[in-house]
Design a protein around this ligand. Structure first.
Ligand SMILES: [Zn+2]
Length: 135
């Protein structure tokens, strides 16, 4: 079980620099279909931060406002859901500091999976052993 706690984004190191502020779109913002979001793999793990934003600044460009809740993952990627009141539906978005492109698994043990992003060098390490089980 998780308990949400409000934190000021300005107090999280590099957060505003990487993802912008309340009126900014995060980097590589794009609308996706529900199916694309489902297949993106972004909803496998719980997000690290959640932020409600009213965004209209995309760099120097000013756009129509999108009101959405954003979910940020530790790897710099995320997704967002907009409740479109006018069209009475949800809209989905993804964003990322880097659209990671992971290479092949370089883990040495059967339960150890290590992938390195070819673009930014980020390491993704997964432990698929049962040592974290709650049972
Ligand atoms: Zn990357």
């Amino acid at each position: 079980m998780e308990k949400l706690e409000w934190v000021n984004p300005k107090t999280v190191p590099d957060f505003v620099e990487k993802f912008g502020g309340f009126n900014d779109y995060p980097p590589n913002w794009r609308q996706v279909s529900e199916q694309e979001l489902f297949q993106s793999g972004r909803m496998i793990f719980p997000p690290e931060y959640q932020d409600f934003r009213q965004m209209y600044r995309n760099g120097k460009e000013i756009t129509a406002m999108v009101e959405a809740t954003l979910y940020f993952f530790p790897d710099g990627t995320g997704y967002a859901i907009e409740k479109d009141h006018f069209n009475r539906c949800f809209k989905y978005y993804t964003f990322a500091v880097c659209e990671h492109k992971y290479g092949k698994d370089i883990g040495k043990k059967p339960y150890e999976h290590i992938y390195v992003c070819e673009k930014c060098g980020r390491r993704l390490e997964l432990d698929t052993s049962d040592c974290h089980s709650y049972s």
